[in-house]
Design a protein around this ligand. Structure first.
Ligand code: SF4
Length: 330
């Protein structure tokens, strides 16, 4: 297959972030609903070609349009063809993973995240196990990933995760990844329960913006928790999202990349999602050029610190749907 879905085109699609969908593609197999993080509540599709993948939110006013074309699909930007490829079956949130949000609610009030306003359900351990069983029965399940808002407290959430991971580990011999807000012993407990990878999000490395957008979180505590997580899970087993587009400068992102990779943590540069119901003053979806520039800086920082995303098995690093992922995408 020719390399027509290039990293530059993927960066362009990510910077737009949304697509209008041909009604003929409105099939449950292809249309997923997000229950976690900034995209919570939205619907999306996964487009793939030439070993790259992008996840696009479905929005009626998007300049992108995706339609059936021959055996696959084609994406158009204001009427001009951008890329041809396939839609991927969405599975349980993302292709080949059962990525399950355990608590779809949160006591924190991060400005970029709609979960605290949605205040959705909390899944029981049995519900999580059934969802994984269903994903496994559909075939080609390569990883289990768990995330959560905070229903009552970070400790309470880690308690619940520890029980769920223990139960899943008894039943499944595939990688398990967990993304939670850290507690003082969350890494020790989740590793002992059988988790293989962990993610604690710094959200932004701009301390001033952090204090405004994440009023209940503690950036120093998250960084210390990441350092401890690498000690327990190992290098290349720990990742962290930094949101791009909250008003931070490129210099802050690049120096943040040095800090994060210096801890042995895989950085995920996540374009801000400006939710229709949450305009987020000062935020701006990053351009393709900015994504490529910062992605290159992330790649260089990973190289300097002996990190590679190629061995990651769970959550966002191997999925790549929402981000331009160094090494995998370019
Ligand atoms: S990159 Fe992460 S958040 Fe985006 S679709 Fe993949 S697993 Fe989900």
């Amino acid at each position: 297959m020719d390399d027509s879905f290039t990293a530059e085109i993927k960066a362009k699609l990510i910077s737009i972030g949304s697509v209008r969908l041909d009604p003929a593609l409105e099939l449950p197999e292809y249309v997923g609903r997000s229950t976690a993080g900034p995209s919570a509540g939205g619907r999306s599709v996964f487009f793939t070609a030439d070993s790259r993948r992008v996840r696009l939110s479905i929005r009626d006013n998007s300049p992108l349009f995706i339609r059936l074309e021959g055996e696959g699909v084609a994406i158009f930007h204001d009427g001009s063809l951008v890329a041809t490829g396939m839609l991927e079956p969405v599975g349980a949130h993302c292709p080949h993973q059962a990525y399950i949000t355990v608590s779809e609610r949160c006591i924190f009030h991060c400005a970029f995240c709609p979960v605290h306003r949605i205040q959705g359900p909390v899944k029981s351990q049995d519900e999580v196990l059934s969802l994984v069983d269903e994903a496994y029965a559909r075939g080609n399940l390569q990883a289990i990933s768990l995330t959560a808002g905070i229903e009552a407290s970070p400790d309470h959430e880690v308690d619940r995760m520890e029980c769920i991971v223990t139960a899943l580990r008894k039943q499944y011999d595939i990688p398990i990844g967990v993304s939670v807000y850290p507690t003082y012993d969350s890494s020790e407990r989740l590793y002992a329960a059988g988790a293989d990878e962990i993610k604690y999000n710094v959200e932004t490395m701009d301390a001033d913006i952090f204090s405004i957008v994440c009023p209940e979180q503690d950036l120093d505590f998250i960084l210390n928790s990441l350092l401890n997580a690498v000690r327990i899970f190992g290098k290349n087993k720990v990742s962290s999202n930094s949101i791009i587009g909250l008003g931070e400068s490129d210099e802050t992102v690049i120096s943040g990349l040095e800090t994060i990779t210096g801890l042995g943590v895989l950085p995920v540069l996540r374009p801000v999602v400006i939710h229709p119901t949450n305009p987020l003053p000062g935020a701006e979806r990053p351009s393709a050029e900015r994504l490529l520039k910062l992605g290159k800086a992330a790649k260089e920082a990973m190289n300097r610190h002996g990190l590679t995303p190629l061995n990651a098995r769970t959550m966002c690093v191997p999925c790549t749907g929402c981000d331009l992922t160094p090494v995998i995408d370019f």
